[in-house]
Write a protein that binds this ligand. Structure first.
Ligand SMILES: [Zn+2]
Length: 208
C-alpha cells in the first residue's frame, strides 16, 4: 500500500503545462490507474512536487489547512471540479471538438477569483504579473491552476499543440513541443513501450 506522497513522487510530470499535469492526477487510465489526490494535504504536496510551492510555503499551507479542516475539504473538492473542467476542455480541444460551456464556466469562475489576486509589478527590465494577498490562502492551488488553464487557452500556438495520449485507455494530456508536432505518447517509457509491445505481438500473431 503506497501513501499519497509516494504515489505523487513516483508520477512523472510530462505535460509541459501545469494545468494539464494537474488534469493527469485523476484516475482516468484503464491501466495502472491511481487517483493521486485523496485529500487537501495531497493537493498541497502535489503543488510542491510540481514546483509551485517552496518547502516553507508547503509547510505553512499544510498548517493552515489543519487548522481549517472544513474550509480545506471544500477547497479540495473545488480543485477536483476544476481539474475535471480542465480535462474536459483540453480533451475536447485536442480532438478538435468545441469545449463544453459548463467546463468553460467552471474555469472562468476560478479565473475571476484568481484575477483578484494578481497585480503588475516592475522587475529588472520589464513588468510582470505577480500574486498578492495569497499568503495562507487555501485557494492558492485552485488559482494557480486557473492561471495556467487560461494562459494556455489564449496562447494560440501552445493551445493548438495540446494532445491526448494515444496509449490505449491513457487519457493523459500534454503540449506537443516537438518541432514536427508528432508526439503521440504521454511518456515513451510507459504508453510508448506498451504500444510497441502490442504491435510486436500483433505482428507475431499474424505470423509476420
Ligand atoms: Zn499515455
Amino acid at each position: 500500500m503506497t501513501t499519497g506522497v509516494e504515489r505523487i513522487e513516483t508520477t512523472k510530470l510530462v505535460a509541459g503545462e501545469l494545468c494539464l499535469d494537474f488534469a493527469n492526477t485523476a484516475s482516468r487510465r484503464t491501466v495502472n490507474s491511481d487517483e493521486l489526490l485523496c485529500s487537501y494535504e495531497d493537493l498541497v504536496f502535489w503543488f510542491h512536487y510540481a514546483g509551485m510551492l517552496s518547502e516553507k510555503e508547503t509547510e505553512r499551507l499544510q498548517h493552515v489547512a489543519a487548522r481549517q479542516s472544513t474550509k480545506s475539504a471544500q477547497e479540495f473538492q473545488r480543485a477536483l471540479v476544476l481539474r475535471e473542467a480542465v480535462y474536459k476542455t483540453y480533451s475536447a480541444l485536442a480532438s478538435e471538438r468545441p469545449p463544453s460551456k459548463a467546463a468553460l464556466k467552471t474555469i472562468n469562475a476560478a479565473a475571476t477569483e484568481m484575477l483578484g489576486h494578481l497585480q503588475i509589478s516592475p522587475s529588472k527590465d520589464r513588468f510582470e504579473w505577480t500574486w498578492y494577498n495569497v499568503k495562507d490562502a487555501l485557494e492558492f492551488p485552485l488559482w494557480t491552476v486557473a492561471r495556467s488553464a487560461t494562459r494556455l487557452l489564449v496562447s494560440e500556438e501552445s493551445r493548438r499543440r495540446v494532445r491526448e495520449c494515444q496509449g490505449r485507455g491513457c487519457h493523459w494530456l500534454f503540449v506537443d513541443q516537438t518541432c514536427n508536432r508528432n508526439r503521440r505518447w504521454c511518456d515513451m517509457a510507459t504508453c510508448g513501450n506498451r504500444e510497441k509491445v502490442r504491435q510486436f505481438r500483433a505482428r507475431k500473431n499474424r505470423g509476420a
